[in-house]
Design a protein around this ligand. Sequence first.
Ligand SMILES: NC(=O)c1ccc[n+]([C@@H]2O[C@H](COP(=O)([O-])OP(=O)(O)OC[C@H]3O[C@@H](n4cnc5c(N)ncnc54)[C@H](O)[C@@H]3O)[C@@H](O)[C@H]2O)c1
Length: 400
Amino acid sequence: METLQSKRMRTKLRIGIAGAGFAARLHAASWRRVSGVEIELAGACGRSRENLDRFAQAHGLRAFESFEAMLGAVDAVDICTPGATHEAFAVAALEAGRDVIVEKPYTGYFGPANAAEFSGLSFDRAAAYAAVRESCGRIRAALQRSGRRLGYAENWIYAPAVQKEREILEKSRGQILRQLGEESHSGSHAASYGRWRESGGGALGTKGCHPLSAAIYFKAIEGRTRLGRPIRPARVSAHSHRLTQLAGYVDEGTLRTDYADTEDYGQMHVTFEDGTVADILASDVVLGGVANWIEVFCGNHRTRCNLNPVDALETFAPSAAALEDVYVVEKIHPKQGWMKPAADEDWQHGYPQEIQAFAEALAGGTEPEAGWELGETASLTIAAAYLSASRGGADIAIEF
Ligand SMILES: NC(=O)c1ccc[n+]([C@@H]2O[C@H](COP(=O)([O-])OP(=O)(O)OC[C@H]3O[C@@H](n4cnc5c(N)ncnc54)[C@H](O)[C@@H]3O)[C@@H](O)[C@H]2O)c1
């Protein structure tokens, strides 16, 4: 096996992307922007051959027959497939001696194997919480055995607005008393989203994970700065709803509604071990583009981190036709009236910075800032939140 010493000297990385959809496109574009480490995008694999071939052709990549075939030709795999595949792909890659990057959700509960009748609307959430803890343990054990690196692709950690607040927290030594954050839009494009078996949940977990992870990260930064150790989440109380599935829902045709067995609105109230709090909102019922932001309230400062929208540009179009060929901002429809087009949406969201940081960590044999620990903390908090929501918002302890 390659030693840490030889890893430190790696200047070239061969990357294989698992998946050929939305996240794979974002990651491929970001790998192309990496500097200082030579990146060879070795290829991709996917479930649908047609989509894979289209993706591979668009990005000049080799289309591998399978994940296993790809493993043989790469130094690291970048897992951009639905959540249900994350643990198996990550463990297989680590066991084959490969570094891993894994999209959100880090891991989760996707129902029992081979249970065709499984529904995300009715399962034992206490057992699911225990299963998520076991899944985290299996990934961590494989990581430790392998001596490789794992990057958890939580792009919010690398978003410039979040990194600026990290600097403010470190230099001001502020104490965070409360945080309020949201990730929302009008509904994911991915077919797997809306089917618990593949996604591991709806808005609460798979959108809420972003501001939740930023809140966990900020409290870790505060703790390390002031106390020499991270301040971790201790308890969570949550609610979830299926607003577009209500009997009285008035369908205006503006929101995605085909959620088989997942929630489209969720909120988590997280209490950290020092008694301070974070309130996280996540939904699929917001018009006008994505709403991604987190606000941090300290005794010595208050920061609103706007990931999207931001007002670097403000554009007015009396008719959507004028901007027909222009990408404005994620999930806006119609492109009409006053809008805040994203000047560089990937940059705002932290995608290229995240991949740059992973490239440097993998080449240098160092721990990525967003790694297994953040992935585990977010996944366990979310699993506890789903258990809480099933018990009418009861406070649930987060057990690491
Ligand atoms: N960080 C972010 O901002 C962000 C944004 C979107 C999606 N995501 C995450 O990325 C992952 C993928 O989401 P997406 O939106 O790209 O979905 P998508 O439906 O657009 O693409 C999923 C891809 O995975 C492939 N796939 C599915 N099962 C597979 C299997 N068993 N083996 C190989 N390939 C398989 C599909 O063929 C498809 O190419 C999800 O975990 C999602 O939560 C993250």
